[in-house]
Design a protein around this ligand. Structure first.
Ligand code: MD3
Ligand code: FE
Length: 224
């Protein structure tokens, strides 16, 4: 199906580039395997608790740095106190290739060194409300990789969590890069379409999203 109806790369908003079908099924399975192992520990995947007593419907595990509302730390004080798994060098390289693909800018790609990723797992009921990602102290782009069930993804504006926005679909293997003027847009996942994934992606059900970021932080215990 996808081979007969290829979806072209599109710039949804300035600096927001969608590259459908960027990951091969084999790459998707490898990423799923890596995410399964991170989900098991040292900090297990869980629903993040929100400061006002709520809990996110999405399940999250972090690597490199641990995110909790609304800060990054090396250890997961809100889960089990363990230090998160390191951000692997191969994922830095994948992030650089993603940037090169999206922007065609070799210099920007070479200078991109993501140091954290949030790995979100969505079951059929999970949603992500409209929000901005602004806990990073860097304006570097965010690289997003989707695997599994297709979702509706809402790309808004930088001013309000309401209209105007653009709804697109993110399917298994899709790359999305958010940089430049789109780095601080509101965005969210209003719907996951259950049962739409090809099992060849490595997931039987649900949706996995990996977002690589540059925190702009340095660990005082690692300072030279
Ligand atoms: C635009 N994740 O983890 S990925 C998130 O599908 C998050 O799980 C969604 O929003 C998901 O924070 C969307 C696309 C994405 C991620 C980060 C962004 C879009 C972004 C940061 C700035 C602007
Ligand atoms: Fe986000």
């Amino acid at each position: 199906m996808s081979a007969l109806t290829p979806r072209p790369a599109t710039e949804v908003a300035p600096g927001a580039v969608h590259v459908p079908g960027w990951l091969t099924p084999e790459q998707q399975r490898e990423l799923v395997a890596a995410c399964r192992s991170w989900a098991a520990g040292p900090v297990p995947i869980r629903r993040t608790r929100l400061p006002r007593g709520g809990v996110m419907s999405v399940q999250t595990v972090c690597i490199g740095w641990h995110w909790q509302p609304y800060k990054y730390t090396r250890t997961a004080g809100d889960v089990n106190g363990e230090r998160v798994a390191p951000f692997p060098g191969w994922m830095v390289q994948l992030g650089r290739r993603a940037l090169l693909q999206a922007y065609g800018d070799q210099q920007a790609a070479d200078g991109y060194t993501p140091d954290t990723a949030l790995i979100n797992f969505y079951d059929g009921q999970a949603r992500l409300g409209m929000h901005q990602d602004k806990d990073e102290r860097s304006t570097a782009p965010v690289v997003s990789l989707s695997i599994g069930d297709t979702c509706a993804f809402r790309v808004g504006n930088t001013e309000t969590r309401t209209k105007p926005y653009t709804d697109i679909e993110l399917a298994s293997g899709d790359l999305f890069v958010f940089g430049g003027p789109s780095r601080y847009v509101y965005h969210g996942v209003p719907k996951v379409y259950e049962g739409t994934a090809d099992p060849a992606c490595g997931l039987r059900s649900g949706r996995l999203n990996i977002t690589m970021r540059v925190t702009g932080l340095t660990d005082p215990e690692e300072a030279q």
